[in-house]
Design a protein around this ligand. Structure first.
Ligand code: NAG
Ligand code: NAG
Ligand code: NAG
Length: 460
């Protein structure tokens, strides 16, 4: 059973409380690495006659058997020598694009976040369709050489600690303020309404077991030369006086940051493409409740929502499925028009190819990028300035590092110190940080923010 469906069934059965108290569900527990996935695979595919409502819970009769060889860094090749591309999505699964078709499936695992075994040489049932989004099929993939099963254990925070109320730590805030001048922290009394588990959800959902994404790839000399000609400061909220960014929102206690980052990216790209004639506010709830490519309030990925879901199924306006911050059943108004993207990719072409220079170029030439980064406990109390992770810890709450998705809208250089920064739209309401935004150190892959930016092309 695909992970999303098993999760949805758990949720329907009312097991949500159980899973969130244990804080063990976020993204999927699969932990598969590039080395596990590269190699030759056999894809077994059903008849190519479905549409985007195709359900792949069960595979059905196999009509096509294809062998694809996936090699470094992103080349896919079939038995006939036809070439395509592929990419990992974090440690969760992989997408293959070849012979005018696109395939995506989650890597296979058993267990949950506290204790799981990943079988990286096979996938859950996935979805395949042609480049024009027609002729859908289901498939399952098996690698032709076995990969040793990987056991993952996670030291999870005890349930009673996750259930306790989150508390601001004045000492940590003072220490941050006193120890450095780049950024300031402050107490947010309003976040004490959340439990520790809910705060972890706000930060991205309890992290998957991949501790760090890949380091940024080196930039070419040619790209560096191009970048040197860009302005020192740029911000899509003020391009010669014009704002292309939709208002900041608040994700509440649901681990849905990736849907807010994704909607924010498509909203901004629509505004840019139409010179603000279209000012959509899109529905994160639709992606939370209806997408088989996400884990709802337990996490997901920009690549799969701003990218693949927006291409496969399209996005709807907020009023077609108003945000409720829960794993509610999918009840999107089917009469609503859907907005699609025609293209999506990790910057540089695949997961692992990103860097600051590519991000600068794409940000300014194409528009806001959805990104993700590691959230430590000092970040929740960010007040203003240019964030970098400090060593200070909140002594009241148990620590779990989580991975948060957000929208990059600008960059600059602080004149007094020369410190370079990114400007980023968060989804924690407009009273948090710098009117809902934060700045974070640029050029040093701070908290891995330069490791996996996603680009899309929205169709206005
Ligand atoms: C594509 O789908 C249609 C039905 O939707 C079917 O008639 C056709 O044979 C399919 N094409 C391929 C190549 O399977
Ligand atoms: C695909 O790979 C499998 C396993 O190595 C092999 O048995 C099969 O003949 C291959 N099929 C094609 C079409 O190359
Ligand atoms: C830290 O500095 C910020 C900004 O100057 C201020 O708002 C906040 O109250 C300070 N907090 C503490 C505990 O010193």
């Amino acid at each position: 059973m695909p992970p999303t469906d098993s999760l949805r069934i758990m949720l329907r059965l009312g097991l949500l409380v159980l899973c969130c108290l244990y804080g063990v569900l976020a993204d999927t527990p699969a932990h598969c690495l590039f080395e596990d996935i590269k190699g030759t695979w056999t894809f077994q595919e059903t008849e190519r006659s479905g549409d985007n409502t195709l359900n792949c819970d069960t595979l059905g009769p196999i009509v096509h058997t294809k062998n694809f060889t996936l090699s470094f860094p992103n080349t896919a090749m079939d038995e006939l020598g036809n070439e395509g591309t592929w990419t990992m999505i974090w440690n969760q699964g992989f997408e293959v694009n070849i012979n005018e078709r696109s395939y995506f499936a989650f890597s296979y695992y058993e267990g949950d976040f506290t204790s799981s075994t990943s079988y990286c040489d096979r996938t859950f049932n996935g979805w395949s369709r042609d480049k024009t989004m027609r002729n859908w099929s289901c498939y399952g993939a098996q690698k032709n050489t076995p990969v040793r099963a990987r056991k993952s254990q996670k030291l999870t925070t005890p349930a009673e600690k996750l259930a306790q109320k989150y508390k601001n730590d004045e000492k940590m805030i003072n220490d941050i303020n006193a120890s450095q001048k780049s950024w300031t922290a402050k107490a947010y009394p309003e976040i004490e309404k959340y439990t520790v588990a809910e705060m972890l959800n706000r930060g991205g959902g309890p992290g998957s077991v991949l501790p760090y994404p890949p380091s940024p790839a080196p930039a070419s000399e040619e790209l560096k030369a191009k970048i040197s000609l860009l302005p020192d400061n740029f911000d899509w909220r003020n391009v010669e006086g014009v704002n292309y960014i939709a208002p900041v929102r608040d994700q509440g206690s649901c681990g849905s940051c990736y849907t807010f980052a994704s909607m924010g990216q498509v909203e901004a790209r629509l505004r840019i493409a139409t010179k603000n004639q279209r000012q959509d506010v899109l529905s994160p709830q639709d992606a939370v409740s209806c997408s088989v490519l996400s884990q709802g309030c337990a996490g997901g990925f920009n690549f799969l929502i701003a990218g693949r879901y927006a291409q496969d199924q399209g996005l709807v306006a907020e009023e077609c499925n108003a945000y409720d911050a829960t794993d509610s059943a999918c009840d999107t108004d089917t009469s609503c028009a859907r907005t699609y993207v025609s293209d999506y990719s990790y910057l540089g072409g695949y997961y692992g190819a990103c860097n600051e220079e590519l991000m600068l170029q794409a940000l300014i030439e194409l528009g806001p990028l959805s990104v993700s980064y590691q959230v430590y406990d000092d970040f929740y109390n960010y007040n203003g300035g240019i964030y970098h992770h400090t060593e200070f810890k909140n002594d009241f709450n148990p620590f779990e590092m989580v991975n948060h998705a957000v929208l990059l809208v600008g960059y600059g250089v602080e004149p007094s110190t020369g410190e370079k920064f990114w400007t980023v739209k968060n989804s924690w309401g407009d009273t948090w940080g710098e009117s809902g935004y934060f700045r974070i150190r640029r050029g040093t892959n701070e908290c891995s923010i330069e490791s996996m930016a996603v680009d899309i092309t929205a169709i206005p």
